[in-house]
Design a protein around this ligand. Structure first.
Ligand SMILES: [Zn+2]
Length: 260
C-alpha cells in the first residue's frame, strides 16, 4: 500500500512565528504563514485531491488523497489551521507532545477535545519530545509512548493508536516500542509513500513542508509526482547519513548553520 502524506508544524498569522509551538530559529523553518497554507489547500482542492483519514482508509482512492499531518501540538492547530482545513473540507492529523499541553504556546486540553469532536485525528508525538528519540533506551521510548497515548485517550475518550516520531529520529526500536504500547499507525519523516509493518504497527513516511514550500510542490507530492520525491529523498539520505555519523555533530552543524 502507498499513502501520500505531508508534514506541517505550525500555521501562524502575520508572520508571528513565536505565537505557536516551539521557539527558536530551527523551529521557525517549519512554520508557515496562514496565507501560504491556505494557498496549499486551495490548490489541492482545485485539483480534486481529498484529505485522507488514516482511521478510515479507502484503498481505491489512495492515489488522489493525502494525509495532512501537523507535529508538536502548537496552539495554532486550534486557532488557525483547523478553520482553514475545514473551509476546504479537509481534516488534519494533529500529533501532540503531551508534556506541553496547557502551556503557553501549545494546545489546551479543551481545544484538543474540540478538535477531536470536529472530526480531526488526535495522536501522540511522544510526551517530552526527546531531541533524539532513536537514542533513547527502549524503556524511555515505552514511557514516551505510553504516557502520551494514555493522556490523549483521557482527553478525547479515543483509543490513542496513532502517533508520529519527534524530530525525525526513527529506528526499528522506535516502531517496536510504539507497537508494544498499542500504537497501530506511526508516521515518521522519511519522504516515502510505501507503508510497512512492524509487529502490527503500520509505519508511514511523510514529506516535510517548510516555511517557503510552494503550493505546486505540495500538489505534486499529493498527486504522486516522483521527480520531486526523488529530490527530497536524495536530500533526506544525505541528512540521515549525517545523523548516523554523529547525532551531536549533526545537531551542532544545524545550529551553527541556522545561527548565520
Ligand atoms: Zn516535533
Amino acid at each position: 500500500m502507498r499513502i501520500n502524506s505531508i508534514m506541517y508544524h505550525d500555521v501562524v498569522r502575520s508572520g508571528d512565528f513565536a505565537s505557536s509551538g516551539f521557539a527558536g530559529a530551527h523551529a521557525d523553518i517549519y512554520k508557515l504563514d496562514a496565507t501560504l497554507f491556505e494557498e496549499h489547500l486551495k490548490t489541492l482542492a482545485t485539483d480534486g485531491i481529498e484529505s485522507l483519514n488514516v482511521g478510515q482508509i479507502d484503498e481505491d482512492k489512495l492515489a488522489r488523497t493525502v494525509a495532512i499531518t501537523f507535529d508538536d501540538g502548537g496552539e495554532s492547530a486550534y486557532t488557525v489551521a483547523a478553520d482553514i482545513l475545514e473551509k476546504y473540507g479537509f481534516h488534519g492529523h494533529f500529533f501532540i507532545a503531551t508534556d506541553f499541553i496547557d502551556t503557553d504556546t501549545f494546545l489546551k486540553t479543551r481545544q484538543i477535545r474540540e478538535l477531536h469532536a470536529r472530526g480531526h485525528i488526535i495522536g501522540s508525538h511522544s510526551a517530552s519530545h526527546p531531541t533524539r528519540m532513536a537514542y533513547c533506551t527502549e524503556e524511555e521510548m515505552r514511557r514516551e509512548w505510553r504516557t502520551s497515548t494514555e493522556k490523549l485517550a483521557d482527553i478525547t475518550g479515543g483509543a490513542g493508536t496513532v502517533a508520529s516520531v519527534p524530530g525525525g529520529y526513527f529506528s526499528r526500536q522506535v516502531a517496536e516500542t510504539a507497537a508494544e504500547c498499542g500504537i497501530r499507525i506511526l508516521f515518521n519523516s522519511e519522504p516515502v509513500t510505501k507503508v510497512y509493518d512492524v509487529n502490527g504497527c503500520s509505519v508511514l513516511g511523510r514529506f516535510t513542508i517548510k516555511q517557503d514550500t510552494p503550493a505546486e510542490t505540495v500538489r505534486r507530492i499529493a498527486s504522486g509526482n516522483m521527480s520531486y520525491r526523488l529530490g527530497q529523498f536524495a536530500f533526506w539520505n544525505t541528512k540521515k547519513a549525517a545523523k548516523s555519523l554523529g547525532g551531536e555533530l549533526y545537531l551542532s552543524l544545524t545550529r551553527k548553520y541556522l545561527a548565520k
